[in-house]
Design a protein around this ligand. Structure first.
Ligand SMILES: *[C@@H]1O[C@H](CO)[C@@H](O)[C@H](O)[C@H]1NC(C)=O
Ligand SMILES: *[C@@H]1O[C@H](CO)[C@@H](O)[C@H](O)[C@H]1NC(C)=O
Ligand SMILES: *[C@@H]1O[C@H](CO)[C@@H](O)[C@H](O)[C@H]1NC(C)=O
Ligand SMILES: *[C@@H]1O[C@H](CO)[C@@H](O)[C@H](O)[C@H]1NC(C)=O
Ligand SMILES: *[C@@H]1O[C@H](CO)[C@@H](O)[C@H](O)[C@H]1NC(C)=O
Length: 381
């Protein structure tokens, strides 16, 4: 279907009311409580995963590095890191996110334009995340199983910031599915995590990893992409809209020492309309800072107790990023934030309109593709 994007959007709007349905939402699992101390600790590991040398962050928390794995990302970045950590009370798997704004925008556009991938027993996820994780999930689970044998009392914590949060989410779900670990010893804590999959995926994570805390700082943009479909609130749209899993913990302020937060268990479930969803303008700046720290800088600096004064680290970071991304095939100039947001929005809207129309087309003309003649366009997720 090669129609003008605007036409897609228009058609989409016309079709929406026909296809909406209300699914029966499962109730949140009782007995799991948000623990801010654990969230702050998780940020240390999520930050550590940004560093080429995660040891300073880990030593500070009496933890040690067990394994540093590189995850092949995509054409944009040659490598992403995941670390496995032996911590006092947990076995931690932390995934690196993106450390520069340009990189972040590029990756968001990449992940939005990639079709979905069906993970058996779990749901559909953005292919981009699935591919990034695929080649290492086996190594991770083998290592985890060994560590759990050695330390049967420690619980397993998956964590990550930004796109690292998406990988942590998927890794935790897959691990829960394959290992049969008791849900009470499995934690998932993410920071500024994008939507990873569809409604089925969300429900699977809620079921497999009930101890999940999806922390959102103020108007973090990334926590709202890929954009969900719906008027005013997110709807699952027969599994065709990106949909968050539980449970959002929203910090409406700067996340300083005693700042307030809200555990978002309102409706629609997992997409609570009264938390961060209740806004229209989001920013990348809120995405980069969690618990009053610039997450990637904090990790690269070795998790110092006192924040590094702004002027002193800028050049170092630029050099570091240049070194890290020197294998980049593509370059994207730093663009103004509003332009970036407009671009992400446009790409996303076009993609969903296209996917959705394909789906509707298929739905209305249900016939099989093998019967010869014109091949029917099939929904890609
Ligand atoms: C690390 O261990 C030392 C000695 O046992 C202890 O004093 C310190 O509080 C611990 N630090 C953390 C962050 O747990
Ligand atoms: C794990 O995934 C498989 C499919 O690969 C599915 O049959 C099974 O029900 C899942 N297990 C759980 C606990 O969800
Ligand atoms: C939050 O941080 C911003 C920027 O650092 C600052 O301008 C603002 O005053 C802070 N607000 C509070 C309530 O601390
Ligand atoms: C990288 O760029 C070179 C030269 O433009 C091109 O030949 C190559 O196919 C590109 N590789 C990827 C992975 O895009
Ligand atoms: C397609 O339709 C034909 C004829 O109705 C049927 O025999 C065949 O099994 C169908 N194939 C699939 C994959 O459903």
């Amino acid at each position: 279907m090669h129609t003008h994007p605007f036409l897609h959007s228009l058609l989409l709007l016309l079709l929406l009311p026909l296809i909406t349905h209300c699914s029966i939402l499962s109730a949140p699992q009782p007995g799991f409580k948000y623990d801010e101390k654990l969230a702050r600790l998780s940020l240390e590991y999520a930050a550590a995963s940004y560093a080429d040398n995660p040891w300073p962050c880990l030593r500070k928390n009496n933890a040690s590095l067990v394994l540093q794995v590189d995850v092949p990302c995509d054409a944009v970045r040659d490598k992403c890191w995941a670390i496995i950590v032996d911590a006092p009370e947990h076995i931690v798997v932390a995934f690196q996110g993106t450390s520069s704004r340009t990189q972040l925008i590029t990756e968001l556009v990449e992940s939005i334009t990639s079709p979905k991938h069906q993970v058996p027993g779990i749901g559909s996820v953005q292919r981009y995340f699935f591919v990034a994780l695929e080649s290492i999930s086996k190594h991770i689970s083998i290592k985890l199983d060994k560590l759990r044998e050695t330390y049967p009392k420690k619980s397993v914590l998956f964590t990550g910031h930004s796109l690292g949060g998406a990988l942590a989410s998927l890794a935790a779900a897959e691990y829960a599915n394959c290992s049969g670990i008791d849900p009470s010893s499995l934690y998932l804590v993410t920071f500024g995590q994008p939507r990873v999959g569809n409604h089925e995926y969300a429900q699977s994570v809620d079921r497999l990893v009930p101890n999940t805390w999806r922390i959102v700082h103020k108007y973090d943009l990334v926590a709202h992409v890929p954009y969900c479909v719906g008027f005013r609130t997110c709807q699952d749209f027969l599994n065709h809209s990106p949909y968050h899993h539980g449970t959002e913990v929203w910090y409406p302020t700067n996340m300083s020492e005693h700042d307030i937060y809200k555990v978002c268990d309102g409706l629609p479930l997992d997409e609570d309309a009264s938390c961060s969803n209740d806004h229209l303008l989001y920013t990348i700046d809120d995405h980069l800072r969690y618990f009053d720290r610039h997450v990637s800088d904090y990790g690269i600096d070795g998790c110092p107790v006192e924040p590094t004064p702004p002027g002193t680290r800028k050049t170092k970071k630029t050099k570091k990023n240049q070194a890290r991304y020197r294998n980049l095939n593509r370059t994207l100039e730093d663009m103004p934030e509003m332009e970036a947001i407009a671009m992400i929005t446009e790409v996303a809207m076009e993609r969903w309109a296209r996917d959705y129309l394909e789906y509707v087309w298929d739905w209305w003309h249900r016939r099989n593709t093998t019967g010869g003649g014109e091949e029917l366009i099939r929904p890609s997720w």
